[in-house]
Design a binder for this molecule. Structure first.
Ligand code: SF4
Ligand code: SF4
Length: 441
């Protein structure tokens, strides 16, 4: 029997995955605009100026603070602007715009070579230097995730190939087309953390990826594929850990609290690129689908503008209603198509005007479907009452901070209650309050 977790839902549009059979192709645009806040943590600081010539892989943004990462030029050419633009949340962020000269002139790279032979002490610094953050959408700096706190011990490294989000197939294609790199990256992490067990979790709706990864694991030390049931949100860290190891992350805890580190398969491939080739994150695979004429899996240079990407896919098939970075369940809605994609942009999904209409909320009918769907055993209808009343302390007691905003409860709710947006606000308010309290001490 295939392993699975409690709760979860089956979004119908997720099973169609129209781009699943589409091989990845490259698209390089004539201008990129690279934002400096691509990872969780303080934004990087631009270190180039208008008029500079830059090479591919050159550092154009320096890391700031503990969570900081360098940002690299994704094309060679002239810097035509260094300025602030409104980004996803509406906040102004610094960006560097480069006019591509199409010479693809690279900065000198410093490869470390075979992942099985490299000095393990060199692996995490190389991951930081390559600017790697969670490529599955989380954008957490990978070198920080791999820095294990004193007293903790990692026993399993889990490669997340679930890709449970609706519409998105970029990890599926990556595993089919570049399986060895994924295993190389997983092995690099295992060696860096001195761990002997690595498991690649893949949902059973990706048979070609499963076959490719099983083949790539042959003869590699301590790694194996585990097939999981297709169910949303199978790719949530807590669900993945439970299914692959039987362990549970404690409330308010992290994967390392139960001896696990989870790394997305795209992140694994980026790690392998950094170790074997010395290549920083300058591109990634992105699924473009929904209301576009020719859906595609594109390998894009970081900073490619959404409008150019849609143009490469034949343009909109109808008037767009909403554009998301990421899938329809957890993606971020764009204010317009002039924004550039970033390191964690695994998908661009366009909704038609009809699809984009938000259903009216109606009163709760106490059916408890949301309780059955919640993969971590929360009581969404109850939390919603106190979130609407702005009783943040009560929300906290009801464990809203454990909510991972997966949207499974909202998806299943027959009353179309706006559950997830309420929990997002509650989490923000509680975090703000905690910050204020900490500052006052
Ligand atoms: S959004 Fe939160 S409350 Fe709703 S199902 Fe997901 S984890 Fe549970
Ligand atoms: S699924 Fe919706 S209607 Fe049913 S109990 Fe939950 S919030 Fe209420």
């Amino acid at each position: 029997m295939k392993a699975t977790f409690r709760g979860g839902v089956h979004p119908a549009h997720g099973s169609k995955r129209p781009t699943q059979a589409l091989a990845t192709r490259d698209f390089v645009s004539d201008t990129v605009q690279i934002v400096m806040n691509m990872n969780i943590g303080a934004p990087s600081k631009p270190c180039v100026k208008k008029g500079d010539h830059v090479k591919v892989g050159q550092v154009i943004g320096e890391p700031v603070g503990f969570l900081g990462l360098p940002v690299h030029a994704s094309v060679s050419g002239e810097v035509v602007a260094v300025d602030a633009i409104p980004y996803l949340t509406g906040d102004m962020v610094q960006s560097v715009t480069i006019k591509n000269d199409f010479q693809d002139e690279w900065e000198e790279l410093h490869p470390l070579g075979n992942v099985e032979k490299v000095d393990p002490a060199q692996i995490i610094p190389a991951i930081k230097a390559a600017g790697i953050c969670g490529m599955g959408g989380a954008s957490f700096p990978t070198h920080v995730k791999l820095t294990i706190a004193p007293g903790k011990k990692c026993e399993y490294v889990l490669a997340n190939g679930a890709e449970c989000e609706t519409h998105i197939t970029c990890d599926d294609r990556l595993m089919q087309e570049n399986a060895t790199r994924v295993v190389d990256g997983l092995r690099a992490v295992m060696r860096a953390l001195n761990v002997s067990q690595g498991i690649i979790g893949i949902e059973d709706n990706k048979p070609a990826a499963i076959a490719a990864m099983q083949k790539a694991c042959q003869g590699r030390h301590g790694v194996r594929v585990q097939v999981m049931k297709t169910k949303y949100p199978q790719g949530g860290e807590k669900q993945l850990i439970k299914v692959l190891t039987g362990r549970e992350v404690p409330s308010g805890g992290l994967p390392i609290d139960c001896g696990c580190v989870v790394v997305n398969v795209g992140t694994c491939a980026a790690i392998a690129d950094a170790i074997i080739d010395g290549k920083p994150v300058i591109d990634r695979i992105c699924t473009v689908t929904g209301a576009v004429r020719s859906p595609a899996n594109l390998r894009l240079r970081i900073g490619t503008i959404t409008e150019d990407i849609i143009g490469e896919c034949g343009g909109y098939s109808t008037d767009p209603g909403k554009i998301f970075f990421g899938g329809a369940m957890t993606g971020m809605c764009l204010p317009n198509d002039q924004l550039p994609m970033a390191k964690s942009t695994n998908g661009i999904v366009v909704f038609t005007k009809e699809e984009a209409v938000s259903a009216e909320e109606s009163p709760c009918i106490r059916c408890s479907k949301c309780v059955d769907a919640c993969p971590i055993g929360l009581n969404p209808y109850d939390m919603k009452i106190f979130a609407d009343a702005e009783k943040w302390d009560v929300c906290k007691k009801k464990h809203v901070m454990d909510c991972m905003l997966c949207g499974a409860c909202a998806f299943i709710c027959p009353a179309r209650r706006w559950l997830t947006p309420s929990f997002k606000i509650a989490k923000q308010k509680i975090a703000e309050q905690a910050k204020k309290e900490a500052a006052a001490k």
